[in-house]
Write a protein that binds this ligand. Structure first.
Ligand SMILES: [Zn+2]
Length: 177
């Protein structure tokens, strides 16, 4: 029912953090509810996203509390997706890397084999788990295949036959800018 909101790229939205505003989490829309509370945090209740804040009038405070919650969720869900990618890619014996989560405006992830590091875009937390799993696997495979060559796509296609649909979904429905 909120489908046409998808036409505005996420990072270009001008959120006001008001009750009734729609915010994304794992590919679904939730209705924001602002509540004044001595303890800050977010509670998901049905399709409501209850944002408990001390100062309901401060946009930056509300933005900060929601951002912290997204980061906590991202840490947990991205680690799960990376662990699943390691199991999927077992023949390649990839070790769990150093994971950094940043908000990026031009890419979903990056891999640095030299420093044993994967960067995942915080914005992925707003996309479906299938998309997060795809990006995790994609970046992890770069430890074995640094470039986007035929071997890389061969391994990706074998381990995740529908990776292209997942990538298309990201590019079509979850554009960053
Ligand atoms: Zn890549």
């Amino acid at each position: 029912m909120f489908g046409n909101l998808d036409t505005v790229p996420e990072l270009l939205k001008n959120y006001q953090y008001k009750t009734g505003e729609k915010h994304k989490f794992l590919g679904d829309y939730y209705r924001l509810m602002i509540e004044e509370s001595p303890t800050t945090g977010v509670v998901i209740n049905n399709y409501n996203m209850v944002l408990n804040v001390q100062d309901v009038s401060s946009l930056s405070h509300k933005e900060f509390v929601l951002d912290m919650w997204y980061r906590e969720q991202a840490r947990e869900i991205f680690v799960e997706a990376m662990a699943a990618a390691i199991i999927k890619a077992a023949p390649y014996q990839i070790r769990f890397p150093d994971l950094k989560i940043y908000r990026l405006d031009n890419r979903w992830g990056a891999c640095s084999p030299k420093s044993q590091r994967v960067i995942l875009n915080l914005e992925l937390i707003k996309t479906p788990k299938e998309c997060i799993e795809y990006i995790a696997l994609h970046e992890m495979l770069h430890f074995r295949f640094p470039n986007h060559n035929l071997s890389f796509y061969g391994a990706l296609g074998t381990l995740m036959s529908d990776w292209k649909e997942r990538e298309d979904m990201l590019n079509r429905k979850y554009r960053l800018t």
